[in-house]
Design a protein around this ligand. Structure first.
Ligand code: PGA
Length: 259
């Protein structure tokens, strides 16, 4: 099962995950990071700004989880722009080493297979940061996604488009399609770190960690992974049946183990 770490707030979660990423980069300067967009990972990126000062990040490689289809990459809400603004620039990463799926309509027939091949050529993702949607999606693998799915085009649910409308002028501007790493692709990363904050994520977190394995609960795919860490605040943990056990386990964890 996933290791669940319940922390007091998002800032503490960011510091914990940033520490793990810093350890990884120190051990492997050309580490491959799986990068997520959305609000959830922002405390991790904020903590990394401080934690990575003085650390050589010039060889760090990165793969974004997903991109909207048909959006101009220069649009401020394309995931290419978001990753550049939130991660690449503030952390001083080499933009040449950071990959985002090609959401252009011209390339769409082969963009998914090309992206999976690029991840494989990089030797796979070392640490994949994940958020989770209120409907349980990870990446943009909406309910119904195959656990074996590869990077491909998906249709966003009405719920996801409404959730993401806050980044656009109106819900009508939110693209209807995306290209996302598949659940099968995500499961190949060596370490999954899923973060969630707030009451609105409590159901999705409980389903992902403790629910049945089901395509209708895409987050439950993490139960198949040998090294998955779920970092949540108290509100997002509020529907977990075994919350006390997770607290006890983490409190008694040897310091050398990391997350
Ligand atoms: P959020 O999105 O981090 O903006 O809540 C999570 C997701 O959709 O995966």
């Amino acid at each position: 099962m996933a290791e669940v770490v319940i922390v007091e707030n998002a800032e503490r979660a960011g510091a914990l995950v940033a520490e793990e990423i810093a350890r990884l980069i120190s051990a492997r300067p050309d580490a491959v990071l799986g990068l997520a967009t959305g609000s959830t990972p922002l405390p991790v990126y904020a903590a990394l700004r401080t934690r990575l000062q003085g650390v050589d990040v010039s060889q760090v490689r990165g793969f974004a989880l997903d991109e909207y289809v048909g959006i101009d990459p220069a649009h401020p809400e394309s995931y290419r722009s978001v990753i550049t603004r939130e991660v690449v620039e503030p952390l001083g990463l080499n933009p040449q080493l950071i990959n985002v799926p090609d959401g252009s309509e011209e390339g769409i027939a082969h963009a998914g297979a090309d992206y999976d091949a690029k991840i494989a050529a990089a030797g796979g993702v070392d640490l994949q940061i994940l958020g989770i949607g209120t409907d349980g999606h990870i990446g943009f693998n909406e309910p119904g996604s195959s656990f074996a799915s590869r990077t491909r085009v998906k249709t966003l649910t009405v719920q996801t488009r409404e959730d993401n409308a806050r980044f656009f002028d109106s819900v009508d501007e939110v693209p209807r399609h995306c290209i996302t790493q598949g659940l099968g692709t995500i499961l190949e990363a060596r370490h999954l770190v899923l973060l969630a904050f707030g009451e609105g994520k409590a159901r999705a977190v409980a389903d992902a960690v403790e629910g049945p394995l089901a395509a209708v609960l895409p987050g439950s795919a993490i139960q198949l992974h040998p090294h998955a860490t779920v970092v949540v605040d108290e509100a997002a943990a509020s529907k977990l049946r075994l919350a006390d056990y997770y607290r006890y386990t983490f409190a008694n964890k040897p310091a050398w183990q990391g997350i």
